[in-house]
Design a protein around this ligand. Structure first.
Ligand SMILES: *[C@@H]1O[C@H](CO)[C@@H](O)[C@H](O)[C@H]1NC(C)=O
Ligand SMILES: *[C@@H]1O[C@H](CO)[C@@H](O)[C@H](O)[C@H]1NC(C)=O
Ligand SMILES: *[C@@H]1O[C@H](CO)[C@@H](O)[C@H](O)[C@H]1NC(C)=O
Ligand SMILES: *[C@@H]1O[C@H](CO)[C@@H](O)[C@H](O)[C@H]1NC(C)=O
Ligand SMILES: *[C@@H]1O[C@H](CO)[C@@H](O)[C@H](O)[C@H]1NC(C)=O
Ligand SMILES: *[C@@H]1O[C@H](CO)[C@@H](O)[C@H](O)[C@H]1NC(C)=O
Ligand SMILES: *[C@@H]1O[C@H](CO)[C@@H](O)[C@H](O)[C@H]1NC(C)=O
Length: 619
């Protein structure tokens, strides 16, 4: 399972919109089904595909048909069409492959084995609006990759292995609005990448970004942005990141930006960038000096960068952020909940992606369409795309989740970090079934009742970092069938029971760093599809391959640093395993902690004979 694409979210938003309107109108909650008439087909189909006309567009379904080359699709269609080619076996897109498919408005190449897009592959696709390349093996976007796609509005390429994007890759995609690049390996974005585009949605979650600069990057994104997702990158919270922080403080308060959690330096690990003062990030400079040196224009003097949507009460804090009091008032409580929303400038209001022949999704409201129910002591934000609510109850001294009253409707994200919660009960989340993110980090949780999260079937991210949890059991995770991201760093975990994670088939990321683990049980990772695993700073002497590491067949990144690896014969299978997975997958060093004559040597650089002289003697 992937993260929902923006399109899916928008689509769901649309459904929900209908549900809510019907709820309001009829006092009744059954969704009204969207009825789609099947119209008459006046074009040939193409064997073995299946075709239909929907919403006046021709749809050609060629999913899972074993195609290996676009040239195998020999038909020509004279009316606009959508072509579905998911789950085929294409490895390469050749120059001019699509010339005869020039009436395509949408092409889905998700879940193939694409490694290479030749220059000019998309030539001729002049009316193509949507291109899906997700779940392939693409590793680079070159300047010439997307030539010819002059109408492209939507590009989705999540779950590839993109490591490099050339600065001109999008220079001719002047209509591009939605760019989905989450779960790749992008270490940096080149200057001026977005110079020619006006993105409204940009998803960069789960990459390797450490910093984003203002000039040539954020200044370009900021023009039209509605939603930016930056979670799960290894943000390096030092002087350079002040630019990103300053920028975040001045983008419209309705723009949605995910959490930016610092990975480095160590003393900021796990902290939200927005909660660290600039003078802490960059101690040598005062705030105004930092800003001046970065060349970020002053809002008052730069009309293009002034955001008309921001209430003036918030703008006032932008220039002087030195005092923590002001900082709090501008950031901890981002906005009064029921404040009317101001319409956006026209350039962004077309942003809610208008699919062909689809009515606009929830239009911008001058006030929320439904009353917002928000628990006392928290602040709530309505997510205009899907009418979900973000409920922010950070640092409010809550002892118990049962104190959260009244219960909000359609809460999507619940932030309960930095409270005083000690125990989690099954009844705590009865009324939160629409949650996709639950943040319980930095509490005092030592007890999690079996089945505590059983009523959260849609939960994708669960943060339990910074608590007092000692043991992980399978029962804790019952019902979390959608969970992708699980954070347990900085607890006191000593024990993981067998098959603890196996009830979470979609688990992609697991952070267990900074705990007290010495071993992992057999089948620890069986039944998951982990791509990222952090085991840093525990007490592992060795890890078995059979029954444990061998189940990590989808691993993209693993952190094994700061464990006292015992470089003796037992470690041989482990050494061989880390050598077989790609070198980019292993983060940093894997140093021996013993025996004495091998300490501080990287396990990979220790010769087999030194690791296990017995092997040699036996031979
Ligand atoms: C795929 O089709 C192209 C023409 O578009 C051709 O040049 C190429 O050789 C074909 N490749 C394979 C592997 O069949
Ligand atoms: C890509 O295009 C950009 C801008 O158009 C140019 O500066 C850069 O050198 C190009 N890169 C390559 C590898 O051709
Ligand atoms: C980019 O678009 C411009 C104008 O539409 C066109 O003149 C130019 O040839 C295009 N460049 C490439 C490399 O396609
Ligand atoms: C973070 O930034 C600092 C200062 O630029 C640099 O010295 C350090 O190496 C960076 N850390 C990482 C992990 O990139
Ligand atoms: C939290 O709630 C539980 C059950 O509702 C109750 O037994 C407990 O005393 C409460 N704890 C605190 C600290 O309020
Ligand atoms: C939560 O939901 C249950 C049933 O689903 C209902 O009985 C209860 O009143 C709700 N509690 C709150 C606090 O809304
Ligand atoms: C390390 O020390 C052990 C004895 O403790 C010895 O058998 C081994 O040969 C030494 N290895 C190296 C590489 O010096």
């Amino acid at each position: 399972m992937m993260k929902p694409s923006v399109a899916e979210v928008l689509h769901r938003g649309r459904m929900l919109w209908i549900i809510l309107l019907s709820t309001i109108a009829l006092g009744w909650t059954t969704p009204i089904p969207l009825i789609e008439d099947s119209e008459e087909i006046d074009e040939p189909c193409f064997d073995p595909c299946y075709c239909e006309v929907k919403e006046s567009l021709f749809h050609i379904h060629c999913d899972s048909k074993g195609f290996t080359n676009i040239s195998q699709i020999t038909e020509f269609w004279s009316r606009p069409f959508k072509l579905y080619l998911q789950r085929n076996s294409m490895r390469k897109l050749y120059t001019n492959s699509f010339l005869h498919l020039n009436n395509a408005v949408s092409i889905n190449l998700g879940n193939n084995a694409l490694q290479d897009i030749q220059m000019g592959a998309f030539n001729g696709l002049k009316i193509l609006k949507r291109l899906y390349l997700h779940e392939n093996k693409l590793d680079v976007f070159r300047n010439d990759t997307f030539l010819g796609l002059e109408s492209l509005e939507y590009l989705q390429a999540d779950y590839n292995v993109i490591k490099r994007i050339e600065s001109g890759a999008f220079r001719n995609l002047s209509k591009l609005r939605v760019l989905i690049l989450n779960d790749n390996l992008i270490p940096m974005l080149p200057t001026n990448l977005f110079k020619a585009v006006s993105l409204t949605h940009l998803d960069l979650r789960g990459n390797r970004l450490k910093v984003l600069f203002y000039r040539g990057m954020l200044d370009h994104i900021g023009r039209s942005l509605m939603e930016l997702q930056l979670e799960e990158n290894p943000w390096n919270c030092t002087c350079d990141i002040v630019q990103l922080k300053s920028w975040l403080e001045r983008i419209p308060y309705t723009a949605l930006v995910g959490d930016i959690t610092c990975e480095t330096p160590f003393h900021f690990h796990g902290k939200d960038l927005r909660e660290i003062r600039k003078t802490e990030l960059c101690p040598l400079l005062s705030d105004s000096e930092v800003e001046a040196s970065l060349g970020i224009p002053h809002l008052s003097s730069s009309k293009e960068n002034a955001w008309p949507t921001k209430p003036s009460s918030m703008l006032s804090s932008v220039h002087f952020t030195a005092s923590s009091v002001e900082y709090k008032s501008s950031n901890k409580q981002p906005k009064p909940t029921k404040q009317p929303r101001t319409p956006r400038p026209p350039s962004t209001s077309q942003a809610l992606y208008p699919g062909p022949n689809q009515p606009p999704v929830a239009p911008y409201q001058t006030r929320p369409p439904i009353p917002i129910i928000c628990p006392t002591g928290c602040t709530c934000n309505l997510h205009i795309n899907d009418l979900g609510l973000t409920v922010n109850c950070k640092e409010r001294g809550f002892n118990n989740i049962s104190e959260l009253l009244p219960r909000p409707l359609n809460a999507k994200k619940l932030y309960l970090s930095s409270n005083l919660i000690q125990k989690i009960y099954r009844s705590d989340f009865w009324n939160f079934s629409s949650l996709d993110l639950l943040h319980l980090g930095n509490n005092r949780i030592s007890y999690v009742q079996d089945g505590a999260f059983i009523n959260l079937p849609n939960l994708k991210s669960l943060f339990l970092n910074g608590n007092d949890i000692e043991r992980l059991t399978p029962g804790m995770f019952r019902g979390l069938q959608s969970l992708h991201y699980l954070y347990f760093e900085f607890n006191v975990i000593r024990e993981i029971q067998p098959a603890a994670f196996s009830l979470m088939p979609n688990l992609k990321l697991l952070f267990l760093n900074n705990n007290l683990l010495r071993t992992l049980p057999t089948d620890a990772f069986a039944g998951t599809s982990l791509a990222r695993l952090n085991l840093r700073k525990n007490y592992f002497l060795y890890l078995p391959v059979a029954g444990v590491l061998e189940h990590l067949n989808a691993i993209v990144q693993i952190d094994l640093n700061e464990n006292p690896w015992d470089c003796t014969c037992d470690l041989v299978p482990f050494k061989q395993w880390i050598e077989t997975i790609s070198s980019v997958s292993v983060v940093g060093e894997v140093l021996c902690g013993s025996p004495e004559n091998l300490t501080h040597r990287d396990v990979r650089s220790v010769e087999l004979e030194a690791l296990c002289p017995e092997l040699l003697r036996a031979a």
